[in-house]
Design a binder for this molecule. Structure first.
Ligand SMILES: Nc1ncnc2c1ncn2[C@@H]1O[C@H](COP(=O)(O)OP(=O)(O)OP(=O)(O)O)[C@@H](O)[C@H]1O
Length: 289
């Protein structure tokens, strides 16, 4: 059953867009999306450190900040300045810690409000995807905005996604939203590369007591229930927060530290799934018309 048949039970608008084939991005071998159903669960921090994890594996890596309403990759990577124009339509991504970065945050003032309607958001994301000189990347990580709106759907349908990673905290409330994200990607037949539990537990730096502030293990249970890979957990840790705020992400500045090892190991697992084609695909649905 092909992709067009699988989406035929979805609303007409979704179906029409789902059938438009996602064309490849010149110079980019694999594109993955990092998504979350809910805001503030650490999706951007995870995308940034995962991208650095791919780079640590020796892969040529880029990151696209598709979070139009709240871009943060420019800050996480400690980058300032505007991308250089290369000809009439092409922009050169900025680069730090060996990762090429493009974000709407480079193009608008930090405190300007992004009051854009859906079509403008879609056009901006499409341009950042296709009118940027990514140039010979093994992997492009796309940091999606939270939720399952227009921007997410556009990426799911217009970018040639190898798969999506869902980030959630262990709480029920975040997992309910994560489920919606999973369902959206499955509806458009994008493989789910796995679920990451962020802010999984807090280890007190003075007494080493571990406190599951947002609960613990919820994402693993959810992944098992849905039959999708569980990629692991990242603790709630002040160093992760502090280094992110300072624009010196933990994988870049402490590459041999315990957190970097976590992120790199997740990156390795994801990369293996991509190149072996082992990414989880939803079972084909029987459609009666
Ligand atoms: N594992 C972690 N430990 C400590 N702090 C974290 C961790 N992950 C993220 N944070 C912090 O939580 C806050 C929110 O993280 P982030 O911006 O990555 O979330 P998000 O899901 O991308 O948010 P948004 O929905 O606004 O895009 C940031 O201050 C970040 O530094």
């Amino acid at each position: 059953m092909d992709r067009e048949q699988q989406v035929s039970a979805t609303p007409p608008d979704l179906k029409a867009r789902a059938t438009s084939k996602a064309a490849g991005i010149p110079g980019v071998k694999h594109v993955i999306a990092v998504a979350s159903g809910k805001g503030g669960v650490g999706k951007s921090t995870t995308s940034c450190n995962l991208a650095l994890g791919f780079a640590a594996l020796g892969l040529k890596t880029g990151i696209l900040d598709a979070d139009i309403y709240g871009p943060s990759q420019q800050k996480l990577f400690g980058l300032r300045g505007k991308p250089r124009q290369l000809g009439p339509r092409m922009l050169e991504p900025l680069e730090r810690f060996g990762v090429k970065v493009m974000s709407i945050g480079f193009l608008v003032e930090e405190d300007s409000a992004m009051i854009w309607r859906g079509p403008m958001v879609i056009s901006a994301i499409t341009q950042m995807l296709r009118e940027v000189a990514w140039d010979d990347l093994d992997i492009l990580v796309v940091d999606l905005p939270p939720g399952t709106g227009d921007a997410q759907l556009t990426m799911a349908q217009q970018a040639p996604l190898a798969g999506a990673i869902i980030v959630s905290t262990p709480q029920d409330i975040a997992l309910i939203d994560a489920r919606r994200g999973i369902a959206m990607f499955q509806k458009v037949s994008i493989p789910i590369l796995g679920l990451i539990e962020n802010m999984s537990s807090f280890c007190c730096p003075t007494c080493n007591h571990v406190t599951p502030i947002f609960g613990h293990g919820g994402a693993r249970t959810e992944a098992e229930r849905r039959g999708i890979p569980y990629l692991g957990e990242i603790p709630l840790d002040m160093q992760i927060r502090k280094t992110s705020d300072e624009g010196r992400p933990i994988v870049a500045i402490e590459p041999d530290g315990v957190h970097a090892k976590h992120y790199v190991s997740i990156a390795r697992e994801v990369w293996t799934a991509i190149v072996t084609g082992a990414a989880h695909r939803p079972p084909p649905r029987i459609v009666i018309e």
